[in-house]
Design a protein around this ligand. Structure first.
Ligand code: HEM
Length: 457
C-alpha cells in the first residue's frame, strides 16, 4: 500500500489537543516523558502539532518502527528539509534522498564494514592512553572534554587519514568550526554572508580553511603510491567508483568527510561520557566490567555499551518525511507529515525491555538487541553507517580507561546528571563527572591476554 497512488481518504492518529506552543515546549524540553505520557493516553501512534515542523506522528511500537524503517525511500524521505545542507555541503549523506542518497551510501558503506574495524583498535587505544594519562587523581572532573578530544582525533586519523601538520591544523580548526556550525544549524535565517564579522561570514571562512586542508589530504591520497595499503576511510573513498566507473569528486569526498565528522564526533564522545556517568552509579555492573577487563574478556562490556545506549541515547529520535500517502497502523498518513521514532518510547517500554528503569546489561549479554526496539542508531537504509565504528571505539576507550584507572562510584550526594543538548547530541549536563584512582600495574596485566574485539553496531 505504501507509496501507491490511492484515492482513499488520509487520516491521522489521535493526539493531544494542546496549543502548538505548549507542544513545542514539551517536545523540546522533555521529549521522552512527554512522548511516554502521550503514548499511555493515545497508543503507539500519536499525532502532535508543532510550530515549524507541522504535524508529527510519533511511533512507539517495534512492528510499526519496522514498517517505517523498511518503507521505500521514495515514500519516506530523511534528508529533505534538513537545515544541514548549507553547513555540511549539498552531497552530504544527511541531506540527500532517493537515488542520490543510495548511490552515495553505497560508496560510503564498505569502509565501515564491521570486519574492517579491527584496523583502528590500536590507533584508538594509543590516542586514549595519551589523553587519559593527564587525568587528575582523586578529584572530580568532567570526562567530556577528554572524550571529545579522543573521538575528534580518532575520526581525523582513521577517517580523514590526517597526520602531521594537517592533523594539527584540523585539530585546531574543528572545535570552533563545529561549535559555530551547530549553533547556526537551527537558524537558516542567519545563513547570509553579511561580511567577515557576521556569523555566516565567519562560518564560510572557516569552512574554506577546513576545505583547503581536506583538499590537500585528498590530493595527497590520489598520488600516494602506497594508497592500496592504507586503512583510513579517505583512502578507500579515493579508490571508490560510481556505477559508471567514474571516481568520487573532491567535492563529494569533502562533503562526506564533513558529514562523518559532524555525525560521529560529538555523538560518540557524549555516549562515552554517559557510560562513565551511568557506571559510577551502577557499582555492581562496574565491578563486573573491571573483573572482565582484567580477565581479558569483552562480552559484558559489549552488553554494557548497548545498555548505556538504551537508557541514555544521545540522538533522541530518527525521523522521516512522508512524501506519498503511507499506510501505518490502520491510518493513511498524508504527505507532509513527519514521522518521529523516539528511542525514549521503545527503549523504556516494559513490553520489549522488562523492568525498563533498571540498568541491566544482562539483557544484552550474548544476545543481539532487537533491530526495531533498540534504535539508538536508527534503521533501514538510513541506519547510522558509523555504528560499528562507534561501538568499536567505545569498547576500546572503556577498556583502556578501566585498565589504567579505577573509576570510583558516585557518592550519595552526586545526583544523576541531566540530558543536555550540545548542538548535535544529548550529553550529561555536567560532562560526566568522574573521580579516579590510578590502578596498580597488577590490574593491567591482562592487557596482553586480551582478545581482539569484533566490532558490532
Ligand atoms: C554513539 C555514536 C553514534 C550514534 C548514537 C549515532 C546515531 C545516528 C543516528 C540515530 C542516525 C540516523 C539514522 C536514521 O535516521 O535511521 C545516524 C546517521 C548517520 N551516522 Fe551516526 N551515530 C553515531 C556515530 C557515528 C559515527 C562514528 C559516524 C561516522 C564516522 C556516523 C555517521 C553517520 C552518517 C554518515 C549517518 C547518515 C546515514 C544516512 O543517512 O544514510 N555516526 N547516526
Amino acid at each position: 500500500m505504501a507509496g501507491t497512488t490511492t484515492t482513499a481518504a488520509t487520516s491521522l492518529p489521535p493526539g493531544p489537543r494542546m496549543p502548538k506552543l505548549a507542544a513545542d515546549v514539551a517536545a523540546l524540553t522533555r521529549l521522552g516523558p512527554f512522548m511516554r505520557r502521550c503514548q499511555r493516553r493515545y497508543g503507539d501512534l500519536v499525532s502532535v502539532r508543532l510550530h515549524g515542523f507541522g504535524t508529527i506522528v510519533a511511533v512507539g511500537d517495534p512492528a510499526l518502527v519496522k514498517r517505517v524503517f523498511t518503507a521505500s525511500p521514495t515514500t519516506l524521505h530523511s534528508g529533505e528539509g534538513s537545515p544541514l545542507g548549507p553547513i555540511l555541503g549539498s552531497n552530504s549523506l544527511l541531506v540527500i534522498d532517493r537515488d542520490h542518497h543510495l548511490r552515495q551510501r553505497k560508496l560510503l558503506l564498505p569502509p565501515f564494514h564491521g570486519e574492517r574495524m579491527k584496523a583502528y583498535e590500536e590507533l584508538i587505544e594509543r590516542i586514549t592512553r595519551e589523553e587519559v594519562a593527564r587525568w587528575p587523581e582523586g578529584e572530580p572532573f568532567p570526562v567530556a572534554p577528554t572524550t571529545m578530544r579522543i573521538t575528534l582525533r580518532a575520526i581525523l586519523q582513521a577517517v580523514f587519514g590526517a597526520s602531521g601538520e594537517q592533523l594539527r591544523r584540523l585539530e585546531e580548526l574543528m572545535p570552533p568550526f563545529t561549535a559555530l556550525g551547530s549553533a547556526l544549524t537551527p537558524f537558516p535565517q542567519l545563513h547570509r554572508d553579511l561580511g567577515r564579522w557576521s556569523p555566516w561570514g565567519r562560518f564560510k571562512r572557516m569552512r574554506a580553511e577546513v576545505d583547503a586542508v581536506c583538499d590537500t589530504l585528498i590530493a595527497q591520497a590520489r598520488r600516494d603510491p602506497g594508497l592500496a595499503g592504507r586503512a583510513d576511510v579517505l583512502s578507500l573513498l579515493v579508490q571508490a567508483t560510481h556505477e559508471d566507473g567514474s571516481p568520487m569528486s573532491d567535492a563529494e569526498i569533502r562533503d562526506q568527510l564533513m558529514t562523518m565528522l559532524a555525525a560521529g564526533h560529538e555523538t560518540t564522545a557524549a555516549q562515552l561520557a554517559w557510560a562513565v556517568e551511568r557506571l559510577r552509579r551502577e557499582p555492581a555492573a562496574l565491578a563486573r566490567l573491571v573483573a572482565e577487563v582484567d580477565e581479558g574478556g569483552r562480552a559484558w562490556r559489549d552488553a554494557t555499551i548497548r545498555e548505556v545506549q538504551r537508557v541514555r541515547p544521545v540522538i533522541q529520535f530518527s525521523s522521516r518525511l512522508v512524501k506519498e500517502p503511507f499506510e501505518l497502523g490502520g491510518y493513511l498518513l498524508p504527505p507532509g507529515v513527519r514521522l518521529v521514532l523516539p528511542a525514549a518510547l521503545t527503549h523504556h517500554d516494559a513490553r520489549f525491555f522488562p523492568d525498563p528503569g533498571r540498568f541491566d546489561p544482562q539483557r544484552f549479554l550474548d544476545r543481539k538487541p532487537d533491530t526495531y526496539a533498540w534504535i539508538p542508531f536508527g534503521g533501514g537504509v538510513r541506519r547510522c553507517i558509523g555504528a560499528a565504528f562507534a561501538h568499536m571505539e567505545m569498547d576500546v576507550v572503556l577498556r583502556t580507561v578501566l585498565e589504567t584507572w579505577e573509576l570510583l562510584p558516585a557518592g550519595p550526594d552526586e545526583r544523576p546528571e541531566r540530558m543536555r543538548f550540545r548542538g548535535v547530541a544529548y550529553a550529561p549536563s555536567k560532562g560526566g563527572v568522574a573521580v579516579v584512582r590510578r590502578r596498580p600495574p597488577r590490574g593491567r596485566a591482562a592487557a596482553s591476554a586480551r582478545p581482539t574485539a569484533v566490532a558490532a553496531g
